[in-house]
Design a protein. Sequence first.
Length: 92
Amino acid sequence: MTESKPTIFYDAAMLVLAEHAAQRKALNANRPSDYGSKYKGIDVTAAFKLEGLASAADYCGADKDAKLIKEAAFSLRNCLFLPMPFYVEGCY
């Protein structure tokens, strides 16, 4: 069995998630009155970006990355934990 390596789609998803984390951190620091809706808006925006990446990965034949990215988008939309490779270094 050959070991697969992350593609550019996985790297792009990591950038989306890093931006997502930075936006949530900034929101936590400010705590506006409409905190809950802004928080969910950040999650949904990141999920849309991830879904676009998943579609592109699927189209280009990066099936493993497409599956992981789709799972991450689903997790963000439903307030679940991200798949393991997105937050444990070297778990891909």
